[in-house]
Each structure stands twice: as structure tokens, then as C-alpha cells.
Design a protein around this ligand. Structure first.
Ligand code: PLP
Length: 388
């Protein structure tokens, strides 16, 4: 049975949009800069299992996740055995053996974990694939400068156990010009660390940029970039978008990135309501006149937040319809008085395009005070993802 029928709403992933975005992103870099597709947070809500194979088809052969459980999902859904998976954050000692056995690359930012990785490699009989994360000014995770010499010497001495895949950092706040000097200083620190490493061992891939830095600072691409939000068709910030528009001399409204995700449901039922009656729970919405109301079977359990009560919009027949009354756990009521031919079963777009209009993730986020990133990653993993 088509998995779409298991749930009252589903998410469509547009493969052509993704191919377009990857092509656009690859064209921004010099030859040889590798793109690692960041698929943490269930591929930013797009769903690892659905997204990973279409990203592979679009030419991606390296994926970045946050934790070992996400790496496990990525490994199970890759089609190409040569595709690499890298953990940028959480890996427990007891997960190391699995990671080493399966050739999973992982960040190291503590000496104890480095020693544990070497020990595990000895036990498993396979080299650990590691990326050393350098502290350059984000102050989250990373080896501090006084540790660098000892760190690189340890890795060099243990090269039979440790394969150094990368030296990396994370440019913090590249999506805003306000952080310009912070990013410059981070780059200087990274280069200092690379210099120290270069005196001790053969240099691996260097990587530091996520979408914003990649799109704003082409001179800082190094060997690999970890791209999340942009591959899904979103600009990391308005500033990054405007920077691109200006440097490329593009016309207002042009957008080389295409949104990959559309969230859809359908009209479950229709009802005529008399002016003067309340709609839904309590007295949150009073019909000021006779109205035609459609119920849509999605609610806060599906990620359509209660704060969209009387505020949110959906698209039906390409026309914007306002949410009236409280968002329930499983249902919303929307005003379709202005759509004469609205009928049961009609497609309802919650996020995405229908006809000439679009409910953007950004507008959805503004209505709920959430960032693009947050709106996307909050989409429940139980909603079926369908490729189109
Ligand atoms: C270490 C690291 N690299 C890359 C990314 C991707 O960022 P973006 O989605 O802005 O491209 C993230 C996301 O937060 C991250 O934490």
C-alpha cells in the first residue's frame, strides 16, 4: 500500500529541486571542493531515509550527521557502498567499535576519545577514520592551541590505528556580516593549526564552512564544505541571499535555490456556519457573518503549532485560507467562504507552493516565531515522505 495513506498528511520531496540546488552549490566552488550533505535533524525534516538516496543520485557521496544513531540510519539508507558518513557531534565510547568497523568517520575534540579511538582500532583490526576539530573561537567543542602539537604528534605516531580524514572547525555566525571579523579570526586560527599539523604529518582535508560561509566567503572553502540548509533550497539568512543577489547582479525575486519540501494534506469535511456562532473550542473565534469552514486533519501533534490559532494560512485551489479557531491536536478549521468550489478531498498545502501562491517555511516560521531550521526539524518523522 502507498505509505501516503497511513497518515492524514504527507511531505513531498522534489528531486529536481534538489538536483538543481546541488548543481548550483557545486558550481560555486573551485574543482575538487567536496560537498558533505548535512542530514542531521532527520535531514532537516526531509527524512533521512527518503532524502539520502536522492541526494546520492544528485551526486553527493559524503553525509554529515550529528550522532551515532543518525549515522546508523544514514548507513542503512545509502545505495552506494562508497558513500561516506561522518559524525560531527555525539558518539559514545560504546558506539566507537561499531563506527570503526563500519568505516564511519567521526569528529574528535577530546584527547581521551582519541585514545579510545586508537584502542578500538587496535581491537577491531581496522583504522579509525577521524576528523580533528580545532577550537578557533566558537567555544563549543574543539582542541585548544596548547594541545595541537601533542595532538598531531599522537595521531602521527599512531597512524597505523588512526586515519586522519580531516582537520576542521565551524565558522560561527557567517550568516551575518556583523560576525565578519569573528570569521576572519577563526580562519587565521584554523590556518595556524593547519601549519602546526603540516610540520608533523601529511595534511588531510580541511573543512570549516556551512551554507552561509560557503556562499559568502568562497576564499574560505578549503577542501570540503558541510552544507545543510542551502541544499534543501533555503538561504541561511536574508543577508546571505542579498549578498548573493548583489555579487551576481541578479534581478529582484530571482532565486537559484529551489525548495525541496512541500507539506500537504486534504479537506476532510465542510460545514456552513451562521454569523454570530463560535467555531471550535471555547470562544477563540466568532463568525462575524455566515461562513463556509473546512476541517483539515492536521494539528499540533503533526507539527502545526497551537500558536497558528487564528493566524496561520493554508492553500486550497491555489488560494490562501486563514485558520479560524484553535489549532487542535489533530485538526484545524480554515475559512473557505471565498472558494465557491472547495470540496472534500481537495489538496491542502500547509508548507510549499500551490498554483501561483506559496506558504514559505520562512512565513510559517514568522507566524510561529521560529527559524527555518526549527520549523523544518520539528516536522515529525512519522509523516510519510514521498519523492516526486
Ligand atoms: C558543524 C556543522 N557543520 C555544518 C552545519 C550545516 O549548517 P547549515 O545548515 O547552515 O549549512 C551545521 C549545522 O548546524 C553544523 O553544526
Amino acid at each position: 500500500m502507498d505509505t501516503r495513506f497511513l497518515q492524514p498528511s504527507y511531505i513531498e520531496l522534489d528531486k529536481n529541486a534538489l538536483t538543481n540546488n546541488i548543481r548550483f552549490l557545486k558550481a560555486r566552488a573551485k574543482n575538487g571542493v567536496r560537498i558533505s550533505s548535512v542530514i542531521k535533524g532527520n535531514a532537516y525534516g526531509h527524512g533521512i531515509s527518503a532524502f539520502l538516496p536522492i541526494a546520492e543520485e544528485a551526486g553527493i557521496d559524503h553525509f554529515s550527521v550529528f550522532s551515532a544513531n543518525e549515522a546508523y540510519a544514514a548507513l542503512n539508507h545509502r545505495k552506494n557502498p562508497a558513500t561516506k558518513v561522518m559524525i560531527m557531534g555525539m558518539i559514545r565510547d560504546e558506539e566507537l567499535e561499531w563506527a570503526v568497523e563500519n568505516g564511519i568517520e567521526f569528529y574528535l575534540f577530546e584527547h581521551e576519545r582519541l585514545e579510545a579511538a586508537a584502542e578500538t582500532a587496535r581491537k577491531v583490526g581496522k583504522r579509525a577514520q577521524v576528523h580533528l576539530q580545532i577550537e578557533t573561537g566558537m567555544n563549543r567543542t574543539g582542541f585548544d592551541e596548547p594541545e595541537w602539537d601533542g595532538l598531531f604528534s599522537y595521531v602521527h605516531k599512531n597512524k597505523e590505528l588512526i586515519h586522519l580524514c580531516g582537520i576542521c572547525t565551524h565558522f560561527a555566525g557567517a550568516e551575518s556580516v556583523a560576525n565578519y571579523y569573528r570569521v576572519q579570526n577563526q580562519e587565521k586560527e584554523l590556518k595556524k593549526a593547519v601549519n602546526v599539523a603540516g610540520g608533523i604529518l601529511d595534511l588531510p582535508a580541511i573543512h570549516a564552512s556551512s551554507s552561509a560561509a560557503y556562499l559568502t566567503y568562497p576564499e574560505k572553502h578549503f577542501d570540503m564544505a558541510r552544507i545543510g540548509i542551502a541544499q534543501y533550497g533555503f538561504w541561511p539568512s536574508r543577508e546571505t541571499y542579498m549578498h548573493h543577489m548583489k555579487t551576481e547582479n541578479l534581478e529582484q525575486g530571482e532565486d537559484p535555490l529551489k525548495r525541496v519540501l512541500t507539506w500537504k494534506s486534504e479537506i476532510m469535511s465542510l460545514k456552513q456556519v451562521e454569523g454570530g456562532d463560535f467555531i471550535g473550542y471555547g470562544n477563540v473565534f466568532l463568525a462575524g457573518r455566515d461562513m463556509r469552514i473546512a476541517t483539515v486533519p492536521i494539528g499540533y501533534t503533526h507539527g502545526f503549532g497551537r500558536n497558528l490559532t487564528n493566524t496561520g494560512y493554508v492553500l486550497i485551489n491555489g488560494i490562501r485560507c486563514g485558520v479560524v479557531g484553535l489549532v487542535n491536536m489533530n485538526m484545524i478549521t480554515v475559512n473557505v467562504s471565498h472558494i465557491a468550489n472547495a470540496k472534500k478531498g481537495d489538496e491542502v498545502v500547509l508548507i510549499g507552493r500551490q498554483g501561483e501562491d506559496e506558504i514559505t517555511v520562512a512565513s510559517f516560521g514568522e507566524m510561529t516565531n521560529n527559524l527555518n531550521y526549527e520549523v523544518l526539524t520539528r516536522l515529525p518523522s512519522s509523516i510519510p515522505r514521498v519523492i516526486c
